[in-house]
Design a protein around this ligand. Sequence first.
Ligand SMILES: [Zn+2]
Length: 79
Amino acid sequence: MNYVLHFCKNKKCNNAWIDEDLTNAQSRPPSWKYCQECCKKYGYVNPAKPPKRNKTDKQLENLKKGRDKLAKKRADKSD
Ligand SMILES: [Zn+2]
């Protein structure tokens, strides 16, 4: 397991700490987690895994629409 410097997700918090590198961070320190202090102070709960950044919600939606369209096309053809 690699370790990397994390920044707190809370923009008003300047905490940074060394944590497991789950995002293969290379140059930019990840900031998808809150620091322990913020978790205690504000009750934030960190996700177990980093959020996927590959596709936005909009892109995923379009992808699904495209798939549905294709499925419908195929269904029409077989009729
Ligand atoms: Zn913090």
